[in-house]
Design a protein around this ligand. Structure first.
Ligand SMILES: O=C(O)CCC(=O)C(=O)O
Ligand SMILES: [Fe+2]
Length: 272
């Protein structure tokens, strides 16, 4: 099979064809895919038929895997997280976020497989926080580089939608953390806006009256259509994203329809 990588927008995204993730990739094919991921930040593959073990094993080539403190996981393969509307209210992913930024070492990226997709709706959007950074005026880039922000698991997991004991333990084990507002991508060297609606609660040393509008301005900026790509899922699609340089938003516009996604999450570095 010949791998082809077709970019989707100038800033972000590509469709990859000619790859079967159920088979172990050659080192060369894997290196091509990993390079495309750094460059395009989110990759989409159609028609993948994967067991949970194959899904996990592919993701594990990108790095050690993380087990989420709150979301349900597969009974057989705990590294496979279940995003199933029959198990959880998933409206909380309908806001821009970079996964698990409440950890001291947020994730490097994720491999998401669509299992059941509503007849209409449930698209997911990704934004390039690197392209968005590049478009900021230099004076603002320099100022933002002096700031740090707090990230808190409590912001995205409201008490009324999750099991109280699980939530209490997750909050106890994951106290708020501080990350730079602008991080440098460890592999590409690109600078990235690293605050999100999902988990950022404030800017260190700044009153909310100033920090909140500054954060809101950044969220509005990096989600401009020029920096985003929107994916319309079919069952069997896989998205692989770099969680250090992107944010994403899972649209919740499908009412009571059933939607099931499986995610493997790769652990990352401490942002600097
Ligand atoms: O359900 C989706 O499309 C994405 C949900 C999400 O935010 C994630 O898997 O990290
Ligand atoms: Fe997410």
């Amino acid at each position: 099979m010949t791998m082809t990588i077709e970019p989707l927008t100038p800033a972000i995204g590509a469709i990859v064809s000619g790859v079967d993730l159920a088979q172990p990739l050659t080192d060369e094919a894997f290196a091509t895919l990993a390079e495309a991921l750094l460059d395009r930040q989110v990759l989409f593959l159609r028609d993948q038929v994967l067991t949970e073990v194959q899904h996990r094993d592919f993701a594990a080539r990108l790095g050690p895997l993380h087990i989420h403190p709150i979301y349900p996981r597969s009974a057989d393969v705990p590294e496979i997280m279940l995003l199933d509307t029959a198990l959880n209210d998933l409206r909380d992913n309908a806001l821009w976020h970079s996964d698990v930024s409440f950890l001291e070492r947020p994730s490097l990226g994720a491999v998401l497989l669509a299992r059941t997709i509503p007849p209409l709706g449930g698209d997911t959007l990704w934004a390039s926080a690197a392209a968005a950074y590049d478009a900021l005026p230099a004076t603002l880039q320099a100022y933002l580089a002096t700031l740090s922000a707090t990230h808190d698991i409590a912001k995205s997991f409201p008490a009324d939608r999750f099991d109280a004991d699980t939530l209490a333990a997750a909050k106890r084990n994951n106290p708020p953390v501080v990350h730079p507002v602008i991080r440098t991508h460890p592999a590409t060297g690109r600078k990235v806006i690293f605050v999100s609606e999902g988990f950022t609660t404030g800017i260190v040393g700044m009153e909310p009256t100033m920090a909140d509008p500054l954060l809101a301005m950044l969220y509005t900026h990096f989600t401009r259509p020029e920096f985003t790509v929107r994916w319309k899922w079919r069952a069997g699609d896989v998205a692989i994203w770099d969680n250090r340089s992107t944010q994403h938003y899972a649209t919740y516009d499908y009412g009571a329809a059933h939607r099931v996604m499986n995610r493997a999450t790769i652990m990352g570095d401490r942002p600097v």
